[in-house]
Design a protein around this ligand. Structure first.
Ligand SMILES: Cc1ncc(C[n+]2csc(CCOP(=O)(O)OP(=O)(O)O)c2C)c(N)n1
Length: 321
């Protein structure tokens, strides 16, 4: 049974991510952010449900759509937003932009926009844990298109054959940019592929935060105990365009019924409904929490935007030793 405190904490993390991303969306047209953006609105349950079960020493790697993973793992939001504005206080000193978020203190090892290329970095982290007999897990967040790259297969093979403590988290939002998975992959390949490497695989609803939290809690403790990789496949949906600050329903590459169906399945709204129905939080308390977060995050945006863009300061960047 999940505690009320955990429920509140999961909700607050989803809310935090949503407010940051809405803040990005609202301000993007000012053309002060110096990078493309890939919003995760609609997909937050996965990042939050998984990362709530990790500690700071567990490492995650992510991809071009990394905001939610970074925040859910505790990444510094100040550094993240500074990064968007190209400031030297950003997490990669303003050099990398939105697709290269990392936070060494919080176990956000790396985010890489070349599809699939963070996967072997996560395998490397798993290898490090095994080699150093460190009881941690490496979590690799990947999209459904990542399984279309060769390095994905090498990575599954290596993780399995070396018994590495790795959790592959595949977020199947059905589309790669504008192309439906049905046009890209043989039917059900994504459901079968990890099993062909004899990797234990679970299928979860990617918008059911509580189930993701409960199931990954068990999976992560199994990985830490048995030192074997596992794979979870989660169905979900991005509500905004592939890249950019807007909804893109007008482009008609996704069926309007599908968009409506997933909109009803919004993880934030579902958590709010649950908290209210269980009388864990009232409407007023939810509204107060939202206001508090909004003010805090708005202030971060204002401060970061106000800084005069000087270009990245290469000398100040501290990367991994
Ligand atoms: C190797 C490579 N090919 C193409 C691209 C261009 N690209 C960027 S994101 C993306 C779609 C990735 O889809 P998916 O992995 O399912 O993640 P999603 O965007 O749906 O979250 C593509 C094709 C790239 N970044 N890297």
């Amino acid at each position: 049974m999940i505690s009320n405190n955990n429920l509140k904490s999961l909700y607050k993390d989803i809310l935090k991510i949503r407010i940051v991303e809405e803040g990005i969306s609202d301000r993007y047209s000012e053309q002060e952010m110096r990078c493309p953006i890939h919003l995760s609105i609609g997909q937050e349950a996965i990042a939050v449900g998984v990362c709530k079960n990790l500690n700071d020493k567990d490492q995650i790697v992510s991809n071009h759509r990394c905001h939610a993973h970074y925040i859910a793992k505790g990444g510094d939001i100040n550094k993240m937003i500074n990064e968007f504005y190209g400031n030297s206080d950003g997490c990669t000193g303003g050099r990398g932009g939105s697709m290269h978020l990392f936070d060494q203190n919080k176990g956000v090892l790396s985010s890489v926009p070349i599809v699939s290329s963070a996967i072997p970095l996560g395998v490397g982290a798993g290898f490090y844990f095994k080699y150093n007999k460190q009881n941690n897990v490496a979590v690799i967040f990947l999209g459904d298109a990542a399984i279309e790259e060769g390095v994905f297969y090498e990575s599954l093979n290596y993780a399995k054959i070396l018994s590495l403590p790795i959790l592959f988290v595949c977020e199947n939002n059905l589309f790669s940019c504008f192309t439906d998975i049905k046009e890209r992959q043989p039917k059900n390949l994504i459901k079968k592929i990890s099993k062909t490497f004899d990797i234990k695989t679970s299928f979860l609803d990617g918008n059911d935060t509580i189930n993701i939290f409960n199931k990954t809690k068990k999976i992560i403790s199994e990985i830490k105990k048995n030192k074997q990789p596992q794979f979870i496949l989660l169905d979900t949906f991005r509500m905004f365009e592939h890249c950019g600050p807007n909804k893109d329903d007008y482009l008609n590459y996704r069926n309007p019924k599908l968009i409506k169906k997933w909109d009803k399945n919004c993880p934030l709204k579902k958590m709010e409904k649950l908290l209210i129905s269980k009388k864990i939080l009232s409407l007023k308390q939810i509204s107060d929490i939202k206001d508090k977060y909004k003010v805090k995050i708005d202030n971060i945006f204002k401060k970061c935007r106000k800084k005069k863009f000087k270009g990245p300061n290469l000398k100040e960047i501290k990367l991994y030793a």
